[in-house]
Design a protein around this ligand. Sequence first.
Ligand SMILES: Cc1cc2nc3c(=O)[nH]c(=O)nc-3n(C[C@H](O)[C@H](O)[C@H](O)COP(=O)(O)O)c2cc1C
Length: 252
Amino acid sequence: MHESSRGNRDAVSVGGTYRFDGKFPSLPARKPAMEGKRLPLPEVDTGKVRQSSRPLDAVQTERLSVRNYAEAPISLTKLGEFLWRVCRTTEHIGDKRQDLMSRAYPAGGSINELEYYVAVRRCDGLESAIYHYDSHGHALVLLAGTEKAAEKIVDRSGMAMGLEKDQPRPDLIIVITSRVSRLAWKYEGMAYRASLMNAGVVFELMYLVATDMGLAPCANGTGDSRLLEEAVGLDAFEETPIAEFVLGVPAA
Ligand SMILES: Cc1cc2nc3c(=O)[nH]c(=O)nc-3n(C[C@H](O)[C@H](O)[C@H](O)COP(=O)(O)O)c2cc1C
């Protein structure tokens, strides 16, 4: 995989060849709305965020992976601010060739194939379930019948972090999925690789924003992509989970 996703061999095309252009259309940048109860998130006061946000150097210096959680759950307002600062879509660019959009972080080709789901164990203001984040409308969509799967995703992350049975589990997991076929439509031989790199960029922004907000962040290197696929009905060839990020309130 490494050799074939680098431009090491002249005979193999790796890069933006648009090989499917004219054969079938690229999926739209905006993922069609998922079925479920729509919960608009509290509006974020950008002035307040700017006032309370600390210098980048301070946040970067303080940043740590935190695996000990407070008794109090994360609030919906905090979760909403976190999603808004990291994951919101800032512009739908469109394009003659491929439908593109911008977010608060860089992404290969502005294709922005990543989507965000929140597996909630507990959050003040939300019932336990899996939600899709509508990054265009800053809202959560409650995916019905996913309570047990949300618990399993949280437990799976607890395992990835080596938490003991008697240790408090995290409040929620942000599952990052990739609509990787959008990348493959343009990028030949490197779509999956580019998506993992994009997720890495998001991980760092998540760490910085969580630290700035006083939350407990931890990236996960392992996870079970089928848990979410099966719970919310994703076709793995269209969209599949590629990374998990854990969020909670840190123990004092
Ligand atoms: C891509 C990636 C995957 C990670 N996977 C895990 C994981 O599965 N479990 C875990 O407890 N920490 C995980 N971490 C956190 C690292 O263990 C942590 O960043 C590292 O030990 C340095 O500690 P610090 O983040 O506190 O500076 C991951 C971090 C990254 C960037």
